[in-house]
Design a protein around this ligand. Structure first.
Ligand code: ADP
Ligand code: MG
Length: 654
C-alpha cells in the first residue's frame, strides 16, 4: 500500500544542513500496525511526516497505492490528508477556542461534504469515551482526554491510515495504556496504523517494529502470530479520493469559513475591536468631512444662485467706471426693443428684462426715508430671486398698465413701519401714492451697500410716472447655462452694436458677469473639500495599516493552528480565504458602523453648530467599498503568508 524508495530528507539551518533521512526504503501493507522506533533525532518524525504527506522528500519516490506522490499537486495532497489520513500528534494540537465537538468535526469543513456532522462527531467522541464532555473546551480536559479528542478528530473522516507521532509522549502510564487500547481497537477494526515511539512498552502493541538510527532503517521485525487485519479491496477504496476536487462555493464551504472567521474575531475581542476602531474612525471621518464639504458647496451654490450665477448685467457707459474715456455722448441708451432683441437670441438667452434705477423719497404717516428705487420687469422676480415670501410679486397686467404697487425691502419696512405689518398700506414714493404688496427677501449687504434698502416697482411705472425717463438704466440677461456666458456676451454685444450702429471699438456700453466671483468661490470650496478629503483618507489608510498589523500578529500567533488545519486537509486557498474573510469581515463591520457614525456626526454638526451638511450616497458607497478594499488589500499579505506555510513547518512553530 505504501512504498518508499531511497527517500532522502535534508534540512537547512542557515549554512549547515542536517540529513534526517539518508536513503530509506520500505513497504507497508494494508492492515498493518507499525511502530517506528529509535533514539531521539534518528529521523522517526521526518519519516512519518513524509508518509503522512505533511512533508515531501528531497530525493526518492513515495508510492501511495501505486501513485507517485511527487507528481501530485499541493491541493491533491491536501485532499488526501483530509480523506485518507488521520493524524494524532504528541502535542494534541486542539484549537483552544472551540469546544471539543467543533474540534472533532473540523476536518469536515475541508471535505466538501455537505452537513454539520455534529452527530458523527459525538459518535466518535463516544467511541473514545468522551460523549459526556461534548460542550467542554480543550482547556477543561486532562492530557489523556485531549489526546482522545484528537483521536476522535482523526477518525471523523473515516480514514484508511492513522499516523501517530509519539501519541503517548506527553501522557502518564495509565493514560498511555488507555490511548494504546483505543489504537489497538482501531487496528482490530481494520485501520492501518503507523506510529512513532521511543518506548518499548508502547511499541509492543504493534505487529511490526521498524528501528531507525541516523536517518536509516537498521532493523525491521514482524511479530509472528500477529495477523494483519487485512481488508480486501482497499486499493479500490483509495481511487475515488484521488480524483476529488472540491468547489469552494458549493457544499457550504464558504459559510464554514465565515463561521470560523467569526469565531476567530470573537476569540480576540479586544484586539478585533481596536483594529475595527481604526477603520471606524477613518470611515466616519470620511463621511462627516464629505458631508461638510458637500454642505459648504451646496450653501455656496445657493448663494451664487441668489446672486445670479448665469446672469449678465448690461449697462450704458464705459466699463472704466469714472475713467477718463467716459465723455458726453459715450452712453448707449437702451429701450424695450433692445430687451426684445436680446430675448430673441433663444439659443443662448433664457430671459431678459429691463430695469431702471433712481432714488426714492418714501413717506408713510409722519416718517420719511430715502431709498433706492428699482423699476423692474415681470421676470426680474425669478431671475434675481426677489419674489417675496411675504406678500406677492407683480402681475404682468400691473406692469403693463403702470400700476402703482410696490415691494419694499426689509430695511425700508423697519424704518417706516417699525414692527407693524406693511402689506396693504399706502406709502408715498416721490409724492405719488403706492400700495405695498410685498416684502422683498432679505439679501444683506453687498460691500457697503445695503441690498435691503430698496423699493421695487413695475418698470413702466418707474419710467413714466416716477422718474420721467423713456429709456432703461440697464438690462439683466439670464443665460441658459453658465458655460454659455462667453458666447452670449459676444452675441449680445454684436446685437447691440448692430441696432445702435456702433463700432466694436466704441466703449459706450458694457456687459458684466459673475464668473470671477464664481471661480473664486468654487476654487475655495474645492480646496476645502480636498483638504477635508485628504485628512479623512489618511485616517483610513492608518486604519488599514492597523488591520494589517493585527492580521500579521494573528497569523504569527496562529501558525500552529494553520499547520493543524493544513494537516487535516486545508488547501492553500482555504487558509488564504479564511484569513481574508476575517480581515474583510472586520473592515466591513468597521465600515458600516463608521458610515452610521459619520451620518450621526454630520447631523449633530448641522444641528448644534448650524453648519450646512449634505450626506451624499456616493460618499457612503465609496467609504464602504473603500473599507472592503482595505480589508482585502491589507489582509492579503498576511493571508498569503499564512497560506504559504508548509504543514510541518507551521506545526513545529513555537
Ligand atoms: P526524531 O523524531 O527521531 O526525534 P526528527 O525526524 O524529528 O527525529 O529529526 C531528525 C533530525 O533532523 C534531527 O537532527 C533534527 O534536529 C533535524 N530536524 C528535524 N526537523 C527539522 C527542521 N524542520 N529543521 C531543521 N532540522 C530538523
Ligand atoms: Mg520526533
Amino acid at each position: 500500500m505504501l512504498e518508499l524508495v531511497d527517500v532522502h530528507r535534508t534540512y537547512l539551518i542557515g549554512e549547515s544542513t542536517v540529513q534526517a533521512l539518508r536513503g530509506v526504503s520500505m513497504k507497508i501493507e494494508q492492515g498493518e500496525f507499525v511502530a517506528i522506533m529509535g533514539a531521539s533525532g534518528s529521523g522517526k518524525s521526518s519519516l512519518l511526516q513524509i508518509l503522512g504527506l505533511l512533508d515531501t522528500p528531497d530525493k526518492g519516490d513515495y508510492l501511495l497505492f501505486g501513485h507517485n506522490v511527487n507528481t501530485m499537486s499541493e491541493d491533491e495532497q491536501a485532499g488526501l490528508r483530509n480523506s485518507v489520513a488521520g493524524f494524532v500528534f504528541q502535542q494534541f494540537h486542539l484549537l483552544k477556542r472551540m469546544n471539543i465537538v467543533d474540534n472533532v468535526r473540523l476536518p469536515h469543513i475541508y471535505s466538501g461534504v455537505k452537513g454539520d456532522f455534529r452527530k458523527e462527531a459525538v459518535e466518535r467522541l463516544r467511541q473514545v469515551g468522551l460523549e459526556k464532555r461534548v460542550d467542554h473546551t480543550p482547556n477543561q480536559l486532562s492530557g489523556g482526554e485531549q489526546q482522545r479528542v484528537a483521536i476522535a478528530r482523526a477518525l471523523v473522516r473515516d480514514p484508511l491510515i492513522i499516523f501517530a507521532d509519539e501519541p503517548t509522549g506527553n501522557l502518564d502510564t495509565k493514560n498511555s495504556a488507555e490511548i494504546m487500547k483505543i489504537l489497538k481497537g482501531l487496528h482490530e477494526e481494520g485501520k492501518t496504523i503507523i506510529m512513532v515511539t521511543h518506548e518499548t512498552e508502547i511499541a509492543a502493541y504493534a505487529g511490526r517494529v521498524i528501528t531507525m538510527r541516523d536517518g536509516l532503517i537498521v532493523s525491521d521485525e514482524r511479530k509472528i502470530g500477529r495477523e494483519l487485519s487485512v481488508t480486501v479491496g482497499a486499493a479500490q477504496e483509495f481511487e475515488p479520493h484521488l480524483a476529488k476536487t472540491v468547489s469552494l462555493w458549493r457544499d457550504g464551504r464558504f459559510t464554514g469559513f465565515m463561521q470560523q472567521a467569526f469565531q476567530a474575531i470573537l476569540a480576540n475581542k479586544m484586539r478585533s475591536f481596536l483594529s475595527v476602531l481604526g477603520i471606524f474612525v477613518g470611515v466616519a471621518s470620511v463621511i462627516a468631512m464629505m458631508a461638510l464639504g458637500e454642505g459648504a458647496k451646496a450653501a455656496m451654490q445657493e448663494q451664487l444662485k441668489s446672486m445670479g450665477s448665469n446672469m449678465l448685467s448690461i449697462r450704458g457707459g464705459s466699463a472704466k467706471i469714472r475713467g477718463a474715456a467716459q465723455g458726453a455722448g459715450a452712453v448707449t441708451r437702451f429701450t424695450f426693443t433692445d430687451v426684445d432683441d436680446i430675448a430673441a437670441l433663444r439659443s443662448l438667452v433664457k430671459n431678459a428684462t429691463g430695469v431702471v434705477n433712481g432714488g426714492a423719497r418714501i413717506v408713510y404717516g409722519n416718517k420719511n426715508w430715502s431709498s433706492s428705487l428699482n423699476g423692474v420687469g415681470f421676470d426680474y422676480g425669478t431671475m434675481r430671486a426677489s419674489v417675496p415670501s411675504t406678500g406677492r410679486w407683480f402681475t404682468r397686467e400691473e406692469i403693463q398698465t403702470r400700476e402703482k404697487v410696490a415691494i419694499i425691502g426689509v430695511t425700508v419696512v423697519k424704518e417706516l413701519f417699525g414692527g407693524s405689518n406693511p402689506l396693504g398700506r399706502t406709502i408715498k414714493i416721490n409724492r405719488i401714492n403706492f400700495k405695498v404688496i410685498g416684502i422683498a427677501p432679505a439679501k444683506g449687504f453687498s460691500g457697503p451697500q445695503d441690498e435691503d434698502d430698496v423699493v421695487i416697482i413695475p418698470v413702466t411705472t418707474a419710467m413714466y410716472r416716477v422718474l420721467g425717463k423713456d429709456y432703461l438704466s440697464g438690462i439683466f440677461v439670464e443665460v441658459i447655462s453658465p458655460s454659455l456666458i462667453g458666447q452670449a456676451k459676444s452675441a449680445i454685444s454684436e446685437q447691440i452694436c448692430k441696432r445702435h450702429r456702433l463700432k466694436a471699438s466704441d466703449d459706450s456700453f458694457n456687459i458684466r458677469d459673475m464668473t470671477e466671483i464664481q471661480q473664486m468661490l468654487s476654487s475655495t470650496t474645492q480646496t476645502m473639500s480636498l483638504l477635508l478629503g485628504s485628512i479623512a483618507a489618511i485616517s483610513l489608510v492608518v486604519g488599514g495599516i492597523g488591520i494589517m498589523n493585527i492580521m500579521l500578529v494573528s497569523v504569527t500567533e496562529r501558525t500552529r493552528e494553520i499547520g493543524l488545519r493544513k494537516a487535516i486537509g486545508a488547501r492553500k486557498g482555504d487558509i488564504m480565504l479564511q484569513f481574508l474573510v476575517e480581515s474583510v469581515g472586520m473592515t466591513i463591520s468597521g465600515g458600516v458602523i463608521g458610515v452610521l457614525a459619520g451620518i450621526g456626526i454630520s447631523l449633530i454638526l448641522s444641528f448644534f453648530a448650524g453648519w450646512a451638511v449634505k450626506t451624499s450616497l456616493i460618499s457612503v458607497v465609496l467609504a464602504t467599498l473603500f473599507s472592503a478594499i482595505i480589508g482585502i488589500f491589507f489582509g492579503l499579505w498576511p493571508a498569503r503568508k499564512a497560506a504559504a506555510l508548509k504543514p510541518v513547518e507551521a506545526l513545529r512553530y513555537e
